[in-house]
Write a protein that binds this ligand. Structure first.
Ligand SMILES: Cc1ncc(COP(=O)(O)O)c(C=O)c1O
Length: 305
């Protein structure tokens, strides 16, 4: 999906013109994949644009950096305010937001300790990542030939830029083979997640979703959806999932900030009932929550002004 420019990008404490938000070709993170980032969305609400779980995203950005021993020179509160500023400056009612902290220009070599840390936050209009009808029509998954990150190689709890080489290898392989997304197994052969989404698999009337220990990112949408499911009376367990659980699923969905809630209609050409009734109920409630339409989830919606 092409990027539509807005007027400003927040860089190191200032709003700069979109076309001036540039970095040097010798920027450390460009060479070594050492940045940390977030994917966030703002939605139109009755009280103007609001960013969904913005504080939680910025806390996770700090946790990602902590794993890399990177010191982000802005607090969570400062990053929250910077995001609100850049969204307000865009004038957009809803948008996708990309904060990134990276080692900048000035040092080279693998020891990051002397490197400066730069931070940028951009936003632009962006539609549903897996298509507008992904909640109703569903998406086709293929189990990847690529293994998901191992905890002792690239820590999956950190949204580190370099980790996404693994995701892009799997995504391109799946799309070239005619599928929408790749289902990724961890080095032990258990289900981990997709290239940019957590997975939920229904067996015997309840949903299962893999834990961090299986190599899954601790998704903010995953957490929201688990809360919503429980409030709807649907059981959800964080559990190890085998490939056979997926082939025998009663229903299945993916979730993430970019993909929102997307039903799965098949895995490796084995059909799955789609959209399942529990998936539809959770997806519809999620769409209300992100737009501030449900009182019980109002705290998740952080208004821009
Ligand atoms: C690998 C991976 N898994 C899961 C997710 C879903 O996380 P969230 O719901 O916080 O966007 C993302 C998106 O950030 C991701 O990149």
């Amino acid at each position: 999906m092409p990027i539509t420019p807005t007027e400003h990008i927040w860089m190191n404490g200032e709003l700069v013109a979109w076309e001036d938000a540039k970095i040097h070709v010798l920027t450390h993170t460009l060479h070594y994949g050492t940045g940390v980032f977030e994917g966030v969305r703002a939605y139109e609400t009755a009280d103007g644009p609001a960013v969904f779980r913005l504080t939680d995203h910025m806390e996770r950005l700090h946790r990602s950096a902590r794993i890399l021993m990177m010191d982000i020179p802005y607090t969570v509160e400062e990053l929250v305010q910077a995001t609100k500023d850049v969204v307000a400056a865009s004038g957009l009612p809803s948008c996708y937001i990309r904060p990134i902290a990276y080692y900048g220009y000035g040092e080279m070599g693998l020891n990051t300790m002397p490197c400066s840390v730069d931070v940028a936050i951009a936003c632009w209009p962006w539609g549903a990542y897996l298509g507008d009808d992904a909640l109703t029509k569903g998406v086709k998954l293929k189990t990847s030939s690529w293994t998901r990150l191992d905890h002792n190689t690239m820590p999956p709890a950190s949204k580190t830029t370099g980790n996404y080489v693994n995701s892009t290898l799997a995504k391109v392989e799946a799309v070239k083979a005619g599928y929408d997304e790749a289902l990724m197994l961890n080095p032990q052969g258990f289900v981990s997640e997709c290239t940019g989404e957590n997975v939920f698999v229904a067996r015997d009337g309840r949903f299962l979703t893999p834990p961090l220990a299986s190599g899954a990112l601790e998704g903010i949408t995953q957490h929201s959806v688990m809360t919503i499911a429980k409030d709807l009376g649907i059981d959800v367990e964080v559990a190890t999932i085998a490939r056979s659980d997926v082939y025998l699923a009663d229903e299945m969905f993916l979730c993430g900030t970019a993909a929102e809630v997307s039903a799965v209609n098949s895995v490796d050409d084995r059909p799955i009932a789609c959209p399942g009734p529990m998936t539809t109920a959770i997806g519809e409630e999620y769409h209300k929550a992100i737009r501030g339409q449900t009182d019980r989830y109002k705290d998740w919606v952080e208004h821009v002004s």
